[in-house]
Design a protein around this ligand. Structure first.
Ligand code: NAD
Ligand code: MN
Length: 532
């Protein structure tokens, strides 16, 4: 209690956590600091201010090369905002800052780290409207989704790991005669973190919260398509009073910034979320450099199975959410729907009616369920998959076309394919858009076989009222997250991650703490003689 009361005071905070001397040899020019000021952006009538610099050693600074890049507005396809573009030399500086701060941060009182994480959560609550506006403008998400899912998920994650900070203990053992031994859970060090564009705010927090709680420092790269919310959160990190260098953000591209982080000889751990192809590249980069510990959260092609005894209306609702959440741009989206032949026609009819009712439109328009896809590249990729489905002989049962608007933007009709065969591209590859396949099945064993016929293993769902079947089938599905009578529900307190080529390691829950700590064993001699 006393400690907490003292933490509230800035004066005493300094006493508890002495100011870290600045990184030796690291000095930003006044020009680099001045050109990285915040700029205003008007979003749906709301004026927000967003930093434009890289966030290194507690300051917003211009990139060493002075470059900037644009993020576009997916609702129009036009440039939205311009931010500093980092490169390898900026990563070098950020890693130096993170390494320097790590030496002090690792030994701080965990209560202090928890207080800072909670302070950041408070500031995110206070700035909720700005964060939602920024996230929706940059990604195309609807404010409804962002305010009920992305933002509360981020704040909940911060508070959850704040709670863990002072509960991470080792073991002691007196059981071995002649010794006393114990283990310590030490932070890993400087953590490189690379995140995708589909949940920029949530992924940023999923990454930094457990790393900081356990005493690590961070060099993080946002996705080039969606750099804005991370910059805003860094402003709040600064305001919360985190020591300079605890979190460093280098916005920029994968080939430059991402690759520099993955290959860096002084980055101890790499946490990556993104596609399986890039996941392989960063794992290889670790192998070719310093064997930094790598965790990977990758793609998916998740099955969603509806048995004949399921509550049909509810199964339709959850299966619709299984693809509608984030307009299909969700790693655990339920893209392969399998329906038992006895209810296939009825399910297809009800599901089609449900999908037809989805309102597609601009993110800030009233009542919109589905906004634009995130980028031109993603839009073209999804339309390419729809074409592949048609070319390979599947039937477009609903949708299948882009939606033209007078403002431009990347809108695609909710799309249902039927008559899909297991070898088809749309059945095997991650589409990452509002596209599902619906396939009829006869019996449990065959549907399990089809469901598992994928290189991915991120998620899977079963709809049935028979609990024995629910337990048996979820047990047989090779996926890291399984649902019964629901879909797309992920909570920060439950481990999340992939089987097979969907990833390595887990995020969320207690499980992720394993990734951000390493165990040190200490043996004390209590009278043992040296062997002769
Ligand atoms: P991506 O792999 O193209 O990019 C992810 C990140 O990696 C970006 O920041 C990118 O700049 C960076 N990057 C690209 N090339 C790199 C390289 N050579 N070295 C280092 N970094 C590099 O993925 P994306 O298109 O941004 O995101 C969509 C993918 O992410 C989908 O496959 C989706 O399933 C997956 N995803 C997975 C999870 C999960 O938790 N499993 C969550 C969200 C998204
Ligand atoms: Mn954008």
């Amino acid at each position: 209690m006393i400690l907490h009361a003292r933490l509230a005071s800035n004066v005493v905070r300094k006493a508890l956590f002495p100011k870290i001397p600045s990184v030796p040899g690291l000095k930003f020019s006044s020009r680099a600091l001045a050109t990285a000021r915040s700029e205003r952006l008007s979003i749906n009538g709301r004026e927000v201010s967003i930093p434009t610099g890289l966030f290194i050693d507690g300051k917003f600074v211009a990139a060493q090369g002075g470059d900037m890049f644009d993020t576009e507005d997916p609702a129009t396809g036009k440039p939205l905002f311009s931010v500093a573009e980092g490169r390898e030399e900026d990563v070098q500086i950020a890693v130096k800052a993170a390494r320097h701060t790590f030496q002090t941060w690792k030994d701080t009182d965990p209560t202090y780290r928890a207080a800072l994480l909670n302070k950041l959560a408070d500031l995110m609550e206070k700035n909720a409207d700005d964060l939602i506006a920024i996230e929706c403008a940059d990604t195309g998400k609807t404010p409804r989704q962002c305010s009920s899912l992305d933002l509360p998920g981020s704040i909940g994650t911060l508070r959850y790991y704040a709670g863990w900070a002072d509960k991470i203990n080792g073991l002691t053992s007196f059981n071995i005669p002649g010794t006393f031994s114990y283990t310590k859970r030490e932070p890993v060090g400087v953590c490189g973190q690379i995140i995708p564009w589909n949940f920029p705010l949530l992924m940023f927090v999923w990454k930094i919260a457990p790393a900081l709680a356990t005493g690590n420092t961070v060099v993080i790269k946002s996705a080039e398509a969606t750099p804005l919310s991370a910059l805003k959160v860094c402003e709040l990190i600064q305001e919360a009073g985190f020591p300079a260098g605890a979190v460093n953000l280098v916005s920029g591209y994968g080939k430059t910034v991402g690759s520099a982080i993955a290959h860096h000889m002084d980055v101890d751990k790499l946490a990556f979320t993104g596609s399986t192809a890039t996941g392989r590249a960063v794992l290889k980069a670790s192998a070719m450099s310093n064997l930094k510990k790598v965790t990977l959260e990758l793609g998916g092609k998740s099955p969603n199975i509806v048995f004949p005894d399921a509550d049909l209306e509810k199964a339709v609702e959850w299966s619709a959410w299984g693809i509608n959440m984030n307009f299909g741009q969700t790693c655990h989206a339920g893209t392969r729907i399998y329906v038992h032949e006895d209810i296939y026609e009825k399910f297809l009819e009800t599901y089609t009616t449900r999908m037809r009712a989805i309102k597609v439109g601009a993110p800030f328009e009233q009542g919109v369920d589905q906004g634009p896809q995130n980028s031109r590249m993603q839009y073209d990729k999804i339309l390419g998959y729809i074409k592949a489905g048609v070319d390979e002989g599947a039937t477009v049962h609903l949708g299948g076309k882009p939606i033209e608007t007078t403002n431009g933007g990347y809108y695609i009709q909710p799309t249902i394919f039927t008559d899909v065969k297991p070898h088809m591209k749309i059945m095997r590859e991650e589409i990452f858009g509002p596209v599902v396949t619906i396939t009829k099945f006869k019996d449990e064993s065959s549907v399990i076989e089809h469901a598992n016929d994928t290189t991915y293993g991120l998620a899977a769902a079963v709809h049935t009222k028979d609990y024995e079947r629910a337990v048996r089938v979820t047990g047989a599905l090779r996926a890291g997250t399984t649902w019964v009578n629901m879909y797309n529900f992920v909570h920060w307190s439950i481990p999340f991650g992939g089987y097979k080529e969907s990833g390595l390691g887990r995020e969320c829950g207690e499980a992720v703490l394993e990734n951000y700590t390493q165990t040190k064993a200490v043996y004390l001699n209590m009278g043992m003689s040296a062997p002769k």
